[in-house]
Design a protein around this ligand. Structure first.
Ligand SMILES: Cc1cc2nc3c(=O)[nH]c(=O)nc-3n(C[C@H](O)[C@H](O)[C@H](O)COP(=O)(O)OP(=O)(O)OC[C@H]3O[C@@H](n4cnc5c(N)ncnc54)[C@H](O)[C@@H]3O)c2cc1C
Length: 373
């Protein structure tokens, strides 16, 4: 039987980032991915400023578009725009980003195996065993980076308390959409999907259109996406590459590890409840899991993860509640002077929590906090 120090299950952003950190430190890592690269993953492909700060390596070769402004719209009616200065989000495609990060993990020394599904995982007190691409392997520690529908959490009884949202997306080329309308701009549509929003994100040769919301929106996801497409003068049938996926969201305090099994990224349910973003959380959890393993302190991982993410996640859950109660109130609050500066600070990782807001932004944000009670 082959032996490794660490088996990382899944080579999405969380798994590849974990493998990069560990391999750079000289750890023997097996990074196993069930799909064959390059493979796609339903995702808006937006990397926020705070995600860029915690990337394990620069990703410039796979950046297709830089967004420096947001357009917010309410129920496909009233709208306003903010930004237009510093870059706020860089846009990539997951087909490209994930292959790039997996290559970086291999270059750092990880044993990358794609087309290698992990099955029959058994955790013991002194290590784990699993079948990887048909071969039995043993490792001291396993990192479950296998996403929203992963096997690792289930194998060890974690993840039962996650809230699962749902999102659906498709692409429209610049021959269908007017490129100037979307250049440098992320369009966010509020009040159109309960528990979420619609988006149009510009990429290199197309824009990505998507809708995400509560899991119960599942049966209406196609109608929601058609509504978004129509509002942008695209007939629903003209969208290509339509794909849906779950958005796993962890109640604050839910355990991300047990014994020698650590979960990172979507496998741990780290998607931000308000924005639906998960790549920042994937990179943060990867860094913390790797550092717990390197320090020989696996038990530290839940605490370190809570320190880094729970404060912000609690604010996101509250904002999501406010949005569900009144998308209009949230839209008008976001329009008030100073508020967008706080949102931009949160995206950039310069503001940790909306209650750090000062000046004109405070009254509207306090109003939203009251709405969420
Ligand atoms: C429609 C949509 C839009 C989104 N937009 C954004 C956005 O713009 N910005 C953002 O930051 N986040 C966004 N997210 C969230 C983001 O996509 C996830 O948070 C992110 O993919 C999490 O990365 P991960 O590595 O944890 O999991 P994943 O990316 O899901 O990777 C898991 C990997 O594990 C592999 N795997 C699964 N099971 C096994 C197995 N048994 N053996 C081996 N391999 C296995 C899978 O094939 C996959 O490659 C969006 C999500 C959706 C659904």
């Amino acid at each position: 039987m082959e032996r490794f120090d660490v088996l990382v299950v899944g080579a999405g952003p969380a798994g590849s980032a974990t493998a990069i950190h560990l391999a750079r430190a000289g750890v023997r890592v097996l990074l196993a991915e069930k799909a064959r690269f390059p493979r796609d993953k339903p995702c808006g492909g937006g990397l926020t400023g705070r995600a860029l700060r915690v990337l394990p390596c620069p990703v410039d070769p796979v950046v297709e578009h830089v967004v420096d402004r947001f357009e917010l719209r309410l129920r496909y009616g009233a709208r306003f725009e903010r930004g237009g200065g510093e870059p706020m989000i860089v846009m990539t495609q997951r087909r490209r980003l994930d292959a790039f990060l997996a290559e970086q993990a291999a270059a750092a020394g990880a044993d990358l195996r794609d087309d290698a599904r992990v099955e029959d995982l058994v955790a013991h007190d002194d290590g784990v065993e699993a079948t990887v691409g048909g071969h039995r392997v043993r490792a001291d520690v396993v990192v479950g980076a296998d996403g929203a529908n992963g096997v690792v959490a289930r194998a060890v009884g974690l993840g039962e308390d996650l809230v699962r949202g749902v999102a659906l997306e498709g692409n429209a080329g610049w021959d269908i959409l007017e490129p100037e309308r979307y250049r440098g701009r992320a369009v966010v549509e509020l009040g159109v999907v309960p528990g979420g929003y619609g988006w149009v994100f510009p990429k290199g040769d197309h824009a990505n259109l998507g809708v995400g919301g509560w899991g119960r929106e599942g049966p209406r996801r196609c109608a929601n996406l058609d509504g978004l497409a129509e509002a942008h003068a695209v007939s629903g049938g003209a969208l290509t590459d339509g794909k849906g996926h779950r958005l796993p969201m962890r109640p604050v305090g839910a355990p991300p590890s047990v014994g020698r099994v650590l979960l990172v990224g979507d496998a741990a349910g780290l998607v931000d409840p308000l924005s639906g973003d998960g790549m920042y959380e994937a990179f943060v959890s990867a860094e913390l899991a790797a550092s717990a393993i390197l320090g020989g302190r696996l038990d530290d991982y839940p605490l370190r993860l809570a320190e880094r993410l729970d404060h912000h996640a609690a604010a996101s859950w509250a904002a999501k509640k406010a949005m569900d109660r009144s998308a209009s109130a949230c839209f008008w609050a976001a329009r008030c002077p100073g508020v967008f500066g706080v949102v931009a600070g949160l995206l950039a990782g310069e503001v940790r929590h909306p209650n750090e807001a000062r000046g004109l932004a405070r009254p509207p944000l306090k109003l939203l906090a009251r709405l969420a009670r």
